[in-house]
Design a protein around this ligand. Structure first.
Ligand SMILES: Cc1cc2nc3c(=O)[nH]c(=O)nc-3n(C[C@H](O)[C@H](O)[C@H](O)COP(=O)(O)OP(=O)(O)OC[C@H]3O[C@@H](n4cnc5c(N)ncnc54)[C@H](O)[C@@H]3O)c2cc1C
Length: 251
């Protein structure tokens, strides 16, 4: 990675505060949510059976992500910012009790088993993820709240897609950093990021509103998915590893 020169190109996986994006002329939109995520690692009494669980609460998603070994999970608790700050100030015993309560004791007694983090919730999108000899991937190009395990997977698809763009340019004896070589990458990744960003934003905002029809619609959607396993499997597969327009490494 380095500054772009006349012949070099940069593929920028530098996270949401990417200095290369900031130095480019790309139009960027940034916004924030009145939420923060409390993160930590948990040890728990009952096995997670390799199942990730996401509770949708009035203030945001509360997610338990299974870790190897069966009795440890990663916690991402998105809630109103003051509540997240209050939770992060609790001692380990009280925080573990609050987490167990929020998880309806589904994994039994909890113990805090790792460092804590407190991450303000924000969003970021770029009009196009490519500029002069620059391709943005991962959070350099898109940031949204952690709902439905979208962020990392989107970033991995970006990385695989930029690899495809470079390989096909080389095969055709073209300059991989030229606008024509990156145009397809920019179009496809822009669409994927915009669609997923909009879906996550809508889902997150639908949790925050107390407008009954929106609540009812979200509830109905989840009931339908719960009742029709094949539909649920398709939605989950397309959510994590879509087949349509997938980079060649992921087909
Ligand atoms: C609380 C929380 C929970 C999440 N949970 C999930 C989840 O369950 N599933 C999921 O799919 N996604 C999840 N995400 C999203 C996921 O973490 C991100 O999508 C992913 O980490 C983005 O990866 P990245 O490489 O683009 O950015 P980052 O992970 O931010 O990595 C960028 C790296 O670039 C480095 N860097 C920056 N500038 C420079 C420089 N000038 N030179 C060299 N290096 C530099 C940074 O130090 C950093 O290490 C979560 C996000 C949050 C905030």
């Amino acid at each position: 990675m380095g500054a772009a020169s006349r012949r070099s190109s940069s593929w920028a996986p530098m996270g949401g505060r990417s200095p290369l994006r900031a130095a480019s002329a790309l139009r960027t939109r940034e916004w924030s949510y009145p939420q923060a995520a409390l993160t930590t690692l948990l040890a728990h009494e009952r096995p997670h059976c390799d199942i990730s669980t996401e509770f949708h609460t009035r203030n945001g998603p509360f997610t338990l992500v299974p870790l190897p070994g069966g009795h440890r999970s990663s916690l991402v608790w998105v809630t109103a910012e003051p509540a997240a700050k209050r939770l992060s100030g609790l001692d380990d015993r009280d925080l573990a009790a609050a987490v167990e309560h929020q998880a309806r004791s589904m994994l039994g007694a909890m113990r805090i088993d790792g460092p804590r983090g407190l991450v303000p919730m924000r969003g970021l999108s770029v009009e196009r993820p490519v500029a002069d000899r620059l391709a943005l991937i991962g959070e350099a190009a898109h940031v949204f709240p952690p709902i439905g395990a979208q962020g990392l997977n989107l970033g991995l698809r970006d990385a695989a897609a930029v690899r495809d763009a470079v390989f096909s340019a080389r095969e055709a004896n073209r300059d991989p950093g030229a606008p024509a070589s990156l145009a397809g990458f920019g179009r496809n990744r822009g669409v994927d990021a915009r669609l997923r960003g909009a879906a996550v934003d809508m889902l997150n905002r639908s949790l925050l509103t107390d407008f009954l029809p929106v609540d009812a619609l979200r509830g109905l959607g989840l009931v339908v998915l719960g009742a029709i396993p094949p539909l649920r499997r398709i939605v989950m597969r397309e959510g994590v590893q879509p087949r349509l327009g997938a980079p060649s490494l992921m087909r």
